[in-house]
Design a protein around this ligand. Structure first.
Ligand code: AMP
Ligand code: ZN
Length: 765
């Protein structure tokens, strides 16, 4: 291939710039200057040039908007500064308080306010280095989000390059799906036999998380930008000046803004915006009020949740009237019977509503919903449709009160209310609906991620009696699965066929998944994904959960600290006991020693909450779990926890020797050290960084370490080290001169028997 001549390179550059310029005119400013044919000609010339000379391709070339292969997941990125939310209010009075609060905080300052729409989409962060878009991320939890660069590049209104001298610019805003695009997309989805999206926000969220950028490019996504994060080489004194700069750089900024001199003008502006709320191409769920002077932001600061310079004002939800055509009952994984309102389809705040949950029998009774009634519906949180009230004047004379079923509509067994619950439950553990529910959770994405068994397949497998308990999946023969016939709603039959292979693969993969995914998959009451992660950190493996001592200790710890508050007389004695227990838990990484000025309970904040511990205890001591442990052992599946802070290099270059008895087998610690980049030796030498020391340490290793001045590390200090700090705080490293601290494990008092096993629990497992 001939080398690109200078003119090729120049030509490519000109073409890139010309196309990006026209993209901006078309997608951002909606005033195209050339015809489609002319645009296409520019485009194909650039493509040809780049094909002949791939070295001319730059990351900001318009041809690179849709590039790259599907990925298997998103990388995590850390936000600095964090992406905070907004404090919200529904009351005008609270805005006056906001103003008063600011004047109190800033007695000498003068400022004005801006009002702009609160776009109901997904928070977005765009990072430009030397003017080139290098990273796009979701907000995630505010501290850590997902890297969605490839997907975001497909949004044509987002500039790939911005004309700035600044070395670093982080622009923040919102990705949304246009109302129009949403309706079209849902139409397509329905035709393809898929579930339509509930609203534009969900559709945007679902689209931006697609793993194939080519698919994302087909989705009608757009973005509006209204803020900045990290900046280097540029700064702004006011919000309005910042928005102007964003617009100059080629971003879509809020299409409506008002600058207000005082809070009264703000109130007028939010009224004006309220009357226009449906005129925007995106859904809005409120107004955002910001102090215009950015120079005041630093002294105002922020809470963990939101900055103090802004407030969101949410508009009252909109209401529609329609007819309640019927009430159907859904039975979930835990046997709960959920009544669903079947409504005459009606347009409400941007989408068509035909169903809404009625929550439970009490709610139907309290609001006296009767079939045939005219009802008022709204969207709660502007998203979830809810039936609020009956229009009594319009009640048909023949309408009778709704009688909530006392049998499960799926299995026909009794459905009852337990204890003080509002829910009515089917208490038949063999209920097919519950089996399906459990299987669905088991195969769901955050659990074992066996997508081929989604929805209809789960139901069919249970119906056919092939899967009773989720683990039955593992003993299903591929053949049985391949020839399994799935009957669709229209009555046509189709074989599971090749998908059986996908299942086999997913199962093999599931066996290797970390412990928290398995704990999530079990659907233990009150233990979702987050709790599962916390709990998984306590055990070296799934089978190790059979050993209940640690959980018992945690339960006992909470009971002790609870009692403490009432007993002042023997408080000191009691406090000592709590400390001993807490220290005994420290090696497991479940204790966070907090600010010593706080009270003892707070100081030893456990990451494992009492309800979690109790629920896990009930589960692992249930007959269901016993069966589970046995079957997993037969299948040779024993999931292990993912290592804390798996950066893999916390101990890089460090060499450890282990001596004495630790709270877990030595292999466990060896694995931890290796996975964090450290090494383990059998004897102490000059090269040894630390001697990890347990109870009854071996004499020779200890003496040698003393002689060489090798630092000693208790198990607690070690755990602290790999959990975060790369250096243990000096207080927890035993000085080499002192003999190993006598570590007497606190004798745990027998925990009170957990509350009498609840009925639900038994029926569940
Ligand atoms: P919420 O997600 O309801 O807690 O509201 C906070 C979010 O509103 C922020 O994180 C932004 O993503 C979003 N938002 C939408 N429009 C704006 C705007 N004009 N200014 C600031 N934030 C906005
Ligand atoms: Zn049932």
């Amino acid at each position: 291939m001939d080398r690109p001549t200078l003119t090729d390179a120049e030509r490519a550059k000109t073409l890139r710039e010309t196309i990006l310029h026209h993209d901006r005119l078309y997608y951002v400013e909606a005033r195209p200057a050339i015809s489609d044919v002319e645009y296409d000609r520019l485009w194909s010339e650039l493509e040809q040039l780049e094909r002949a000379h791939p070295e001319l391709i730059t990351p900001d070339s318009p041809t690179q908007r849709v590039s790259g292969d599907p990925i298997s997941g998103f990388e995590k990125v850390r936000h600095d500064p964090p992406m905070r939310s907004l404090d919200k209010t529904y009351e005008r009075g609270e805005l006056l308080q906001f103003d008063a609060f600011l004047r109190d905080k800033l007695p000498d300052a003068v400022w004005d306010y801006t009002v702009e729409p609160k776009v109901d989409g997904l928070s977005l962060s765009l990072l430009y280095r030397d003017g080139v878009l290098v990273r796009a991320a979701t907000r995630g939890n505010g501290e850590v989000g997902d890297d969605i660069t490839a997907n975001v590049k497909t949004i044509r209104s987002i500039p790939l390059r911005i004309p700035t001298e600044a070395t670093l610019v982080e622009v923040r805003g919102e990705i949304y799906m246009t109302r129009e695009g949403f309706v079209e997309l849902n139409h397509r989805e329905e035709e393809a036999g898929r579930e339509p999206f509930a609203n534009p926000r969900n559709a945007a969220a679902g689209s931006i998380k697609l793993l194939d950028p080519r698919e994302v490019a087909q989705r009608p996504l757009d973005a509006v930008l209204y803020g900045v994060g990290a900046l280097s080489g540029v700064s702004f004194t006011t919000h309005t000046a910042m928005l102007r700069a964003l617009a100059e750089w080629g971003f879509k900024t809020p299409p409506w803004q008002r600058l207000c001199m005082d809070i009264n003008q703000v109130l007028l502006a939010i009224d004006e915006l309220g009357s226009r709320r449906h005129t925007f191409p995106f859904e809005i769920d409120g107004a955002v009020i910001k102090v215009n002077q950015r120079t005041l932001y630093a002294s105002l600061g922020s809470t963990a949740h939101a900055p103090r310079f802004a407030r969101a004002y949410k508009y009252a939800p909109e209401i529609a009237e329609t007819r309640l055509n019927g009430i159907t009952i859904q039975v979930g994984r835990t046997g709960v019977l959920t009544p669903v309102a079947e409504l005459e389809p009606v347009q409400l705040a941007g989408s068509v509503i035909s169903r809404a949950t009625l929550h439970n029998a009490d709610m139907i009774e309290a609001k006296d919903f009767r079939i045939g009634d005219s009802v008022l519906i709204s969207k709660h949180g502007d998203v979830i449709p809810a039936v609020d009230a009956v229009v009594m004047e319009k009640r048909p004379p023949e309408a009778t009160p709704y009688v909530f079923p006392n049998v499960c509509p799926v299995c026909g067994e009794p459905a009852v209310k337990l204890n003080d619950e509002v829910a009515t439950r089917c208490v038949n553990p063999d209920c097919p609906a519950q089996r399906v529910g459990r299987l669905e959770l088991f195969v769901s994405r955050n659990a074992l991620d066996i997508s081929a068994i989604g929805g209809r397949m789960a139901e069919a497998l249970v119906q056919a009696g092939l899967v009773i308990r989720p683990l039955d999946l593992f003993s299903l023969q591929s053949e049985a699965l391949a020839t399994f016939k799935l009957i669709s709603e229209d009555g046509s039959e189709r074989r599971f066929g090749k998908k059986a292979e996908d299942v086999a693969q997913a199962l093999a993969h599931a066996a290797e998944l970390p412990l928290h995914r398995w704990i999530t998959a079990l659907g233990i009451p009150g233990i979702g994904e987050t709790a599962a992660r916390t709990l998984a950190a306590l055990f070296p493996s799934f089978s190790a959960m059979k050993e209940t001592t640690l959980i018992e200790k945690i339960i006992a710890f909470y009971e002790a600290t609870d009692r403490k508050l009432e007993r002042t007389d023997d408080r000191d004695l009691f406090t000592g006991e709590i400390i001993a227990r807490a220290e005994a838990l420290a090696p497991y990484g479940v204790i966070q020693r907090d600010d010593p000025s706080r009270n003892i309970r707070d100081r030893y904040l456990l990451t494992v909450k009492p309800e979690m511990a109790r629920s896990l205890y009930r589960f692992i001591t249930s007959p269901y779990a016993e069966d589970l442990f046995t079957r997993l052992a037969e299948l040779h599946i024993d999931p292990k926890p993912e290592l804390p802070q798996a950066n893999g290099s916390a101990l890089a270059g460090q060499s450890f020797v282990i001596t004495g008895t630790l709270t877990q087998p030595r292999e466990h610690f060896e694995a931890l050290i290796r996975q964090q980049g450290g090494s383990v030796q059998n004897s102490v030498s000059k090269k040894t960084t630390y001697l990890l020391i347990g109870e009854n340490p071996g004499g020779s290793k200890y003496t040698k370490a003393q002689a060489l001045g090798t630092p000693l590390l208790t198990e607690a200090a070690f755990m602290e080290m790999i959990h975060g700090a790369s250096q243990p705080s000096s207080s927890v490293v035993a000085a080499p001169q002192t003999p190993p601290p006598p570590k007497k494990p606190a004798a745990p008092s027998k925990p009170k028997a957990p509350a009498p096993t609840e009925y639900i629990q038994e029926t569940l497992f």
